[in-house]
Design a binder for this molecule. Structure first.
Ligand SMILES: Cc1cc2nc3c(=O)[nH]c(=O)nc-3n(C[C@H](O)[C@H](O)[C@H](O)COP(=O)(O)OP(=O)(O)OC[C@H]3O[C@@H](n4cnc5c(N)ncnc54)[C@H](O)[C@@H]3O)c2cc1C
Length: 381
């Protein structure tokens, strides 16, 4: 068992770290306060290969593996989890869905644009009445001579208002549940693609989240991605990989908050000594470091297994569940270490606290991860 990284992987980490420090860190507060999605930053991320990490070079991507992908998301999220979330959603969900289930024509049309950041991608499964239970999807797709007409709405769509292309799920055969759901590639320039409510969020504010309304949205026959009726199963396969990236997002969020707490514990003095010399503070820092290391092991293990071509439904859910709950606990304790200064926006830790919570919700809540883990472990008995 080798826990080391290759020279190339270390280089990827150094590049992501430098990018995060140079291009993201100076803007974190402004983007958060203004809920600004930084389009220009995404162009630069695209130039570095961060928007097509898993996409093979023949489609314009970086052709890297999950370990490198996790490394990039971890480093970006240490500095700004909102950027980590957007980069993860773009790579894993929209781009990942087309990479995994698209035909050659779809891959050639969309992957080069997505991998370079020329286009931003969205992926809409969630609906007002279909959150944890995607089987409740109501958006409809009705076949006609020109292809399909889509009607319905998708809530909480990352990049719903800034993306140029989205993979959206709709019912093609009503009344048969999951097996009646199909996936479609829809370009936002389509007149039937309308941006609805823009979400004003607790955290992850630089990551665009919006409702997508499909209003008699006519798409051609080749907008169908994957098999008709295979949308739900396809989405679950995409989420197996996606949840590893949310685990990495949570890991980075926790590590970022911990880093600030460590530094502050060394600087802040009370009772004539640095607060880091008090055992109560030391124990908080020790627990944070230990939990982060455990989250890192689960996350990189899931990534390494995925790179070996193994099915990782169980491992990705475990990594996502544990890392996201660690992120919330660590961010909470980071505020505790900062005392009152942790509670105000002049210091960075309150943002990690706000951002961390999303990790326990997006791409399946903690409760749904426990459901998946229980089913997987019971199934293996
Ligand atoms: C910032 C943000 C970005 C997002 N981006 C996207 C995106 O790009 N694409 C997309 O499709 N979706 C996206 N989502 C949606 C996200 O995936 C859903 O919010 C999530 O799956 C939960 O669905 P829900 O909000 O409807 O909650 P609900 O499903 O209504 O759940 C409410 C509560 O009930 C619990 N619950 C539900 N069912 C069960 C059960 N069977 N057993 C135990 N507990 C249960 C849940 O765990 C939760 O605690 C995003 C959400 C946010 C906030």
């Amino acid at each position: 068992m080798d826990f080391g990284f290759t020279e190339e992987q270390e280089l990827v980490r150094a590049t992501a770290r430098e990018f995060a420090q140079g291009e993201i860190a100076p803007n974190v507060r402004e983007w958060d306060a203004g809920a600004i999605f930084p389009v220009e930053l995404f162009k630069k991320a695209g130039e570095l290969g961060f928007l097509g990490v898993l996409v093979p070079p023949e489609y314009g991507g970086a052709g890297m593996g999950y370990v490198e992908y996790v490394t990039i998301i971890e480093e970006l999220s240490k500095v700004d989890p909102a950027i980590g979330l957007s980069v993860a959603a773009h790579n894993s969900l929209c781009t990942g869905h087309i990479l995994l289930h698209g035909d050659e024509e779809q891959k050639k049309r969309y992957l080069p644009k997505l991998a370079t950041g020329e286009w931003i991608g969205a992926w809409g499964l969630t609906e007002p009445t279909a959150g944890s239970d995607a089987g409740g999807t109501r958006t409809s797709a009705v076949r006609n001579e020109e292809g399909w007409t889509l009607n319905g709405s998708k809530t909480f769509t990352t990049h719903g208002s800034v993306g140029q292309v989205a993979v959206l799920f709709a019912v093609t055969t009503p009344g048969i549940g999951h097996h009646g759901i199909s996936a479609f590639i829809v370009e936002s320039a389509n007149p039937g693609y309308k941006v609805g409510k823009h979400e004003d969020k607790l955290g992850m504010r630089a990551s665009d989240t919006a409702e997508v309304v499909l209003d008699d949205c006519q798409v051609p026959p080749n907008a169908l991605v994957g098999e008709e009726g295979g949308g739900f199963t396809g989405a679950m396969e995409v989420l197996d990989g996606g949840r590893i990236s949310i685990a990495a997002l949570a890991l980075g969020t926790a590590a970022g908050a911990h880093g600030h707490a460590l530094a502050y514990a060394g600087e802040r003095e009370q009772f004539g000594r640095p607060i880091g010399s008090f055992q109560a503070v030391q124990w908080m820092l020790a627990d944070m470091a230990t939990e982060i290391e455990a989250a890192r092991l689960l996350t990189y293990k899931a990534a390494a297994l995925k790179d070996q071509g193994r099915k990782v439904t169980l491992e990705s859910s475990m990594a996502k569940l544990f890392s996201s709950e660690v992120a919330v606990r660590v961010a909470n304790n980071a505020i505790q270490v900062f005392g009152g200064y942790g509670y105000v926006k002049d210091y960075p830790v309150e943002k990690y606290y706000r951002d961390a919570k999303l990790c326990t919700i997006g791409e399946g809540t903690s409760e749904i991860q426990r459901l998946v883990i229980a089913r997987q472990t019971l199934g293996r008995m």
